[in-house]
Design a protein around this ligand. Structure first.
Ligand SMILES: C[S@@+](CC[C@H](N)C(=O)[O-])C[C@H]1O[C@@H](n2cnc3c(N)ncnc32)[C@H](O)[C@@H]1O
Length: 301
């Protein structure tokens, strides 16, 4: 039977994504521990349970190899990774909409090794929590890393605007390319208001439609009328670049994203690193760390 913390999702892509986050958190905290006047905070806005289960497939016996049974392995999710980071974060804030996941996070935070730490689990929509509360923090005394790791297109542009206004948060943002593809249908006539709204809410502008679609005039031979249809002509590269340019219009620093593919080599996500802090001193600390990690990850892919 599944335990309260069970939360199963993709393996190779997830391993790479979480290894990047783990390394950044460790290096970031090490670098910032040299500036003791700042508290180091971590925000996990789509936090999951702190654990994940990975199903490792088995194989039949053959001439050279023994039979291997299918195995279920438990690995750390982003919340546990953040809690395990050394040097430690002074405060970890986990946001999670699903009740079962929020309960698992509370159980995680009360484990003996974390119980004396400042941890908070906010149950509900992360967009609301960030937009309503992030500005109330005294950012003169704290610096933070935030991880936005939704399944789909759940992050509102206004949430990113709120993060930008803090001038204190380094952001790792996983953008769902498959979500963009699904909402931005090939035939313009299949784009309904719900899909349009979802894309504009995430990208903070309706301009994607003009950038990604072209008119496709075809003569309907039976009626001899011109039927006007639009088609998405934008490639995946162009759509990803649109996201990059949008983020660059908001944040002082946004690095080239890392594209993450699933086990069948299909592009699923782009992982973006953005800084809300415009100070050159902050950039000198964070950019080389993030750049180095992303370059290594590109080699490993
Ligand atoms: C991909 S999982 C996060 C995995 C996690 N980062 C980890 O490494 O363990 C996305 C999580 O976001 C939660 N979620 C979905 N929509 C949300 C929302 N609007 N606000 C907060 N959490 C949400 C889901 O319940 C799910 O647990």
């Amino acid at each position: 039977m599944a335990s309260i913390g069970d939360h199963e999702f993709g393996s190779g892509l997830t391993d790479l994504k979480l290894s990047i986050i783990a390394e950044y958190l460790q290096r970031y905290n090490t670098a910032l521990s040299r500036q003791p006047f700042f508290e180091r905070w971590y925000f996990d806005a789509f936090a999951g349970t702190g654990e994940r289960t990975v199903r490792l497939s088995g194989s039949a016996e053959d001439l050279l190899n023994e039979r291997v049974e299918e195995r279920i392995e438990r690995r750390r999710g982003s919340a546990r990774i953040a809690l395990d980071t050394i040097p430690q974060f002074h405060r970890c804030i986990f946001m999670e909409q699903k009740k079962r996941h929020a309960l698992a996070l509370e159980a995680l935070c009360s484990e003996p090794s974390y119980a004396s730490r400042k941890t908070f689990v906010l149950r509900g929509d992360a967009n609301r929590a960030i937009q309503d509360h992030i500005q109330t923090v005294n950012w003169k005394k704290a610096r933070a890393v935030m991880f936005l790791d939704p399944y789909g297109m759940n992050v509102e542009w206004q949430t990113l605007e709120a993060i930008r206004r803090t001038e204190a948060i380094d952001l790792w943002y996983l953008v769902s390319l498959s979500g963009l593809y699904r909402q931005a249908t090939h035939r313009g006539s299949a784009l309904d208001e719900k899909k349009r709204a979802a894309l504009s809410r995430m990208l903070g502008t309706p301009a994607w439609e003009k950038a990604w679609y072209e008119e496709d005039r075809q003569r309907d031979l039976l009626s001899m009328l011109d039927s006007e249809e639009t088609r998405r002509t934008a490639s995946l590269d162009l759509m990803e670049d649109f996201v990059l340019q949008r983020l660059r219009s908001l944040f002082p620093t946004v690095l080239e994203p890392l594209r993450l593919k699933n086990d069948r080599n299909a592009p699923m996500f782009s992982l973006f690193f953005a800084m809300s802090n415009p100070s050159p001193a902050a950039a000198r600390v964070a950019i080389p760390i993030a750049q180095h990690i992303l370059t290594q990850a590109r080699r490993r892919r």
